[in-house]
Write a protein that binds this ligand. Structure first.
Ligand code: PMV
Length: 340
């Protein structure tokens, strides 16, 4: 029997960052985090389960996945296979075999959170294709196993990831804070480099936890930052949220700069974009930057200043393009494309 489902999920950008795990196997975070799911950065994934023996077939943006990237997806699919065995949806050990086709509308692995949208879409498509109907919180727990930040992309708009305290991680999942249509803000992504980043976030996080003397200070400041962010979102106070997000991102990068050897994701263009955001703000535009595990700069801004901030960023040498996003929806099933 062939069972297939297609799902779409949007990337999310954290305003209070996840940086550091308390359990590396289960992807349990050292702290909570808070993000905005983005309409413009979408991954669409189709999963087909078949009972015949053989390896999983995984195509990412039209190319067969290889090496560690492939292994990470197979390991995730094993979790879904376990769920199928437990529910009686499959009774052959090791089976069934998955065929996965995933297409990103934006560059992978360049700090644009493609693993978040990718594993959120994979969690939904793979479970539904298997006949498993998980509640959103359970889907978020599953997506977290693929990539921590993926648990937040199950939900739309502003989202908080509750760190949880259970050893099995069942209480470590995201919850929605504010629906996408409830606050019309923009997140602009200044794309400065489209090649995969030199060091993945998991390695960089583990290295930071192990060697940065600032990690404890980081961990201690996050709960307070989450309180401020929640209040700013509830009162739609963009200046308060933006200032907090900018400071939180710099504190995260400070912890990794203090690791030995240091983790430095910034390019000269990254610093130039940060400075440009400050100049635009000094000129009266409501905009604030944040940066993840890569060189690209994301700018939270008031919808009224969108065009002017895009121009201000695009003028910089080294900015390849600027992608504009609004608050976007959570992961959802979509009809499969019929191939001709
Ligand atoms: O989900 P991961 O393992 O790719 O880690 C994401 C880390 C950051 O993007 C830097 C921060 C975050 O909260 O998304």
């Amino acid at each position: 029997m062939i069972r297939q489902a297609t799902a779409e999920a949007c990337a999310n950008i954290a305003l209070v960052k996840y940086w550091g795990k308390r359990d590396a196997v289960l992807n349990l975070p050292a702290t909570g985090s808070l993000s905005l799911t983005l309409s413009g950065l979408v991954t669409r994934t189709t999963v087909t389960w078949a009972e015949d023996p053989g390896d999983d077939a995984i195509l990412l943006d039209g190319k067969p996945a290889a090496g560690a990237e492939r292994q990470r997806i197979v390991t995730f699919l094993d979790l879904v296979r376990e769920g199928m065995q437990a529910s009686g949806a499959s009774d052959r050990p090791g089976a069934p075999r998955a065929s996965v086709e995933s297409v990103n509308g934006f560059p992978r692995a360049a700090g644009l959170a493609s693993s978040a949208s990718g594993f959120a879409a994979l969690a939904l498509a793979s479970t539904r294709a298997a006949g498993l109907e998980l509640a959103d919180e359970q889907l978020s727990v599953l997506a977290r196993r693929g990539s921590g930040s993926a648990c937040r992309s199950i939900f739309g708009g502003f989202v908080e990831w509750l760190p949880g305290s259970a050893a099995d991680g069942q209480d470590s999942h995201a919850v929605p804070l504010l629906a996408p249509e409830a606050w019309d803000v923009r997140m602009l992504v200044a794309v400065l480099a489209e090649r995969p980043k030199p060091k993945g976030s998991t390695d960089a996080m583990n290295h930071t936890v192990a060697t940065s003397p600032y990690f404890e200070a980081w961990r201690a400041c996050v709960p307070g930052d989450l309180d401020i962010a929640r209040q700013a979102i509830a009162s739609r106070d963009l200046a308060r949220l933006g200032e907090l997000a900018e400071s939180n991102a710099l504190r995260m990068h400070a912890t990794m700069l203090a690791a030995r050897p240091p983790v430095l994701y910034w390019l000269p263009e990254t610093v130039a974009a940060m400075r440009r955001v400050r100049e635009l703000r000094d000129a009266g535009m409501a905009c604030w930057f944040t940066i993840d595990a890569g060189p690209n700069v994301k700018v939270l801004c008031d919808a009224a200043f969108e065009a002017a901030v895009i121009t201000g960023l695009s003028d910089l040498p080294g900015v390849l393009r600027v992608i504009s996003s609004r608050p976007g929806p959570g992961a959802r099933l979509v009809p499969a494309l019929v191939s001709s």
